[in-house]
Design a protein around this ligand. Structure first.
Ligand SMILES: [Zn+2]
Length: 178
């Protein structure tokens, strides 16, 4: 396992070879991915995203929670006040869930999950905790209900940790509201 010193050394290699100071200040990016914290499913790596290309929001399961929605609202505000670079649309918004997720054993701890989703225990069944294809659909629907940024294509992907491939569970659909 790499130590902090190892990682600082890797950074020296990165800064010499791959770094560019020319990236626009663009916290929001043209692409936003909501993904799981699992170290096997880093969205940047499995989707081939480059630096400066995407904002990535990660939590346990890659779930869309009230906290996720608050983070997205903050990023949108940064752009609106002119600090950030305005990116011409359409934006790409992706929910990326995966097989063999830790969310599956965590389903045995409803107290933690009601806190995460900020819902009563009786509503946990609506979150499709054991099926990534179902959970992607649930979370895309939640984004469609709450995401008010116009000109955004929202989609849902499921990554298979045994094959390295993603499957489109929800095809891109346009959110086009003001
Ligand atoms: Zn996971």
């Amino acid at each position: 396992m790499p130590t902090t010193e190892d990682l600082v050394s890797r950074n020296a290699v990165f800064s010499a070879a791959d770094f560019s100071a020319d990236f626009a200040h663009n916290a929001w990016g043209t692409v936003t991915v909501i993904g799981c914290v699992d170290s096997r499913v880093d969205p940047a790596q499995v989707l081939g995203l480059e630096l400066g290309e995407a904002s990535i929001i990660r939590d346990v399961g890659g779930r869309v929670t009230p906290s996720t929605l608050r983070t997205m609202a903050m990023l949108a505000r940064v752009e609106r006040v002119g600090i950030d670079t305005v990116v011409p649309g359409p934006r790409t918004l992706i929910v990326l869930h995966h097989t063999d997720c830790s969310m599956i054993p965590l389903a045995a701890f409803p107290d933690l999950l009601t806190e995460l989703f900020e819902i009563p225990t009786g509503q946990l069944d609506t979150k499709s905790l054991r099926d990534p294809f179902g959970s992607v659909r649930v979370d895309v629907d939640l984004l469609r209900a709450h995401q008010h940024e116009a000109n955004t294509l929202v989609s849902g992907l499921v990554y298979d940790v045994h094959t390295g491939r993603v499957e489109v569970a929800v095809a891109p659909m346009l959110l086009d509201r003001e």
